[in-house]
Design a protein around this ligand. Structure first.
Ligand code: KG4
Ligand code: ZN
Length: 336
């Protein structure tokens, strides 16, 4: 029988300091996430310098907590995986430096992981992948349709030309004076509102799997301003529901078309916006009669965590991918 593999994973690309220990790529032994949301809330978004400082303060605490949760010791750990990009450079650097120092001191192999590969692999805790598969990645920094033909192989077939879906959610939430992060707030309001405003859908050219959310965002701003000038008050719930309807329809239709064109065996939804109830329901309905299984991670694995980095890191480790001591933080790292 093959020996169990334990990967220690670190994620610090944005505002969560996270450490996890993963067994054989699919079992979570420990998963600790220290969120900084409270510190960034009053600024209405993530402040990079504050994020880095928090990561420095939290890293050792989170690491120790992960080990105590796991009941394992360093002797059990086979390799260390860390997010090397994309993300905030100062934030990424704390994770990368920690991983390098630990790998050096404890004589462990080091594996670099792309943050989005992590989001996709969060789904492997639920079910084994079947290829080809299509992943819709929707987060604060990303909106991409990715075709995977095998493990560790990522082809981007569509991406946003401007704002990411989560970014659009957060910006619209700010206009509605909702607290950061706005995505969950809009999702909650939308569930009680009605689609009373016909916001545009950015389909782009025929056959394109790219996205665009800046026109929608401007349309929401204009609608709010015009209403104010006329002395009208729009219900926040209805603006939220109308905005969400536009985002969800475009995401769902493009994902459906791509899934049909490429004849995929699974559709995966990943990233923070995968937590969106409206999107989950719409995708569920769209794929209900197709026979194609739809995989969406449980809520706590949708937003940033290190378990997902460990899941992807295990695959890369098994494929023999190793990072050297010259590994660096790559804020604009591409998924290849
Ligand atoms: O993946 P994530 O935690 O961090 C990035 O890698 O960006 O995603 C965070 C994003 C934020 O923009 C947040 O507003 C959005 O995910 N988000 C949501 C929901 N929950 C989180 N957007 C819409 N509906 C939600 N329920
Ligand atoms: Zn993320």
């Amino acid at each position: 029988m093959e020996k169990d593999k334990y990967i220690l994973a670190i994620e610090t690309s944005c505002d969560e300091t996270a450490v996890a220990i993963i067994k054989n790529g699919r079992e979570i032994i420990a998963n600790v996430v220290a969120s900084q949301i409270e510190s960034h809330k009053r600024f209405g978004g993530v402040v990079p310098e504050i994020a880095s400082r928090h990561h420095v303060e939290q890293m050792t605490v989170v690491l120790e907590e992960a080990f105590s949760e796991s009941l394992l010791t360093w002797d059990d750990i086979d390799a260390i995986a860390v997010t090397e990009g994309p993300g905030l450079v100062g934030a990424l650097l704390i994770g990368v430096s920690t991983a390098k120092a630990l790998a050096f001191a404890k004589h462990k192999p080091l594996v670099g992981v792309h943050h989005i590969a992590g989001h996709i692999y969060a789904n492997r805790f639920e079910r084994e992948f079947a290829f080809p598969l299509l992943a819709l990645v929707v987060s604060g920094g990303h909106t991409e349709l990715i075709l995977m033909r095998e493990h560790g192989n990522f082809a981007v077939i569509g991406e946003t030309r401007d704002d990411a879906a989560g970014e659009a959610y957060d910006k619209v939430a700010r206009m509605l004076e909702l607290p950061y992060p706005g995505g969950p707030q809009i999702d909650r309001l939308a569930s009680t509102g009605k689609e009373t405003i016909a916001f545009p859908r950015a389909w782009l050219e025929e056959g394109s799997y790219d996205f665009s959310f800046s026109g929608l965002k401007s349309s929401v701003i204009n609608t709010i301003h015009n209403a104010k000038q006329r002395g009208e008050t729009l219900r926040k719930e209805d603006i939220a529901a109308s905005f969400q309807a536009s985002v969800v329809e475009v995401l769902t239709e493009k994902t459906y078309k791509a899934a049909m064109e490429y004849g995929v065996k699974q559709v995966i939804v990943a990233g923070g916006v995968a937590a969106n109830q409206g999107l989950r329901t719409a995708l569920d309905q769209r794929f209900a009669d197709t026979g194609i299984p739809l995989l969406i991670p449980p809520l706590k694995l949708c937003t940033d965590n290190a378990a997902m980095i460990g899941a992807a890191g295990t695959i890369f480790y098994e494929q023999g991918k190793r990072a050297g001591w010259d590994m660096n933080a790559h804020p604009g790292l591409l998924l290849t």
